[in-house]
Design a protein. Structure first.
Length: 152
């Protein structure tokens, strides 16, 4: 990754906050707009119980044109109009703030006001991982598991 000016690092940190905010909103849409079989456990924060389920009121997407797909320990969200994507870690409630380097790159790449931040990466996964590791050294991110990090 190219050496980043402090202003760009701040923009990336703000994008991480935005990711978390949108992820929380989207998980709430899944909880409130689909027929989850383990709804009580999910409401208690056990997001690993979220599954692909029927939409309430015979809808084909969540409100505001969001498609979702649970696979493994992640849920992929894509806006069918804007094509903005978020790949969210499931598990417990706090895990949705976890950031995977490649998934975070895809988030900034598909978020209109953040796409300019992709020009600093030549290799999306490696460069984002390098950035995450650097931010961990600066005590701005915490390494969670494997390649996932969370903003402190």
């Amino acid at each position: 990754m190219k050496t980043l000016q402090n202003e760009i690092v701040i923009e990336l940190l703000n994008a991480m906050d935005e990711f978390k905010t949108i992820a929380e909103l989207l998980i709430n849409k899944v909880i409130n707009e689909t027929n989850q079989s383990e709804i009580e456990a999910i409401k208690k924060g056990n997001y690993d119980e979220i599954e692909n389920a029927d939409f309430l009121n015979n809808k084909k997407t969540l409100s505001d044109n969001w498609f979702y797909d649970v696979h493994g320990e992640h849920c992929m969200f894509e806006n069918t109009i804007t094509r903005q994507t978020l790949e969210v870690s499931l598990g417990h409630k706090e895990h949705i703030a976890n950031l995977d380097p490649y998934f975070f790159y895809n988030f900034i790449k598909t978020t209109n006001h953040l796409t300019h931040l992709t020009k600093y990466s030549e290799s999306p996964f490696k460069d984002m991982l390098d950035l995450f590791e650097d931010l961990e050294q600066k005590k701005l991110l915490k390494h969670i598991d494997r390649i996932e990090y969370r903003k402190i």
